[in-house]
Ligand binder design. Structure first.
Ligand SMILES: [Zn+2]
Ligand SMILES: [Zn+2]
Length: 224
């Protein structure tokens, strides 16, 4: 039952018994015991609520609440609608950003690695897609840059991010590239989401050093 419904019922019972007692001047032991039970219930409620409030405060602290940030998620080429929805949810839940899903962008011919229709050049994409908007492009093609296949690509404090819409690593890649967007470089702690080639050890979160750096960037308002 909803907490407020319970509280309302308990209060209603409490006051009806109180009224009944004062009207009828009854001091029966069983009724007094009932009233005491109700008092105990009422006393236990505020501490429950306090705990819930503290839990949610801790959650906010861990999720680096950038409350005034907003970012647009866009498809680059044909992308499953669910990949866009998932990306939106991941960014909103982890960072507290407000996210929206924007219009799809077209994969232009020069974005493809020459002769291929399935591999696109991440750095050429960023050059062509760059704007003043904060945008994450989700793509279903293989990404390539600097002689290697990549899961995502973003410049440090860059506004434009590109991420492969591959469910098995979508969350890690989005948070990692968002880390770059917010000002982080790669990290040497293998458990940190900002480390590279660390699938085995990845905790799915920033290490304490990266969290502190993010906190400082936020306080100094140095984040983009
Ligand atoms: Zn990186
Ligand atoms: Zn780190």
């Amino acid at each position: 039952m909803n907490f407020f419904v319970k509280l309302f019922l308990v209060l209603l019972l409490y006051f009806s018994i109180k009224d009944y007692l004062s009207e009828h001047q009854i001091n029966g032991l069983d009724i007094i015991e009932k009233v005491q039970d109700i008092d105990l219930n009422l006393n236990s409620r505020p501490s429950d609520r306090e705990e819930q409030r503290m839990e949610s405060e801790n959650k906010n602290e861990e999720s680096f609440l950038f409350s005034n940030e907003s970012i647009v998620i866009r498809a680059l080429g044909d992308v499953d609608e669910s990949d866009l929805e998932d990306s939106k949810e991941i960014i909103e839940n982890f960072f507290g950003f407000s996210c929206s899903i924007g219009t799809a962008a077209v994969i232009e011919d020069q974005m493809y690695i020459s002769g291929s229709q399935s591999i696109i050049d991440a750095s050429i994409c960023l050059d062509l897609l760059q704007s003043d908007e904060k945008e994450i492009f989700i793509v279903d093609k293989k990404l390539w840059a600097q002689g290697d296949y990549l899961r995502g690509y973003a410049f440090i404090k860059g506004n434009t991010l590109i991420v492969r819409g591959e469910k098995s690593f979508l969350r890690e890649t989005l948070i990692h590239e968002m880390g770059h967007h917010l000002g982080l470089s790669h990290c040497s702690d293998p458990s940190c989401i900002m480390a590279i080639n660390n699938d085995e050890y990845d905790s799915g979160d920033f290490c304490n050093a990266c969290k502190n750096q993010l906190q400082n960037l936020r306080e100094e308002k140095e984040y983009p």
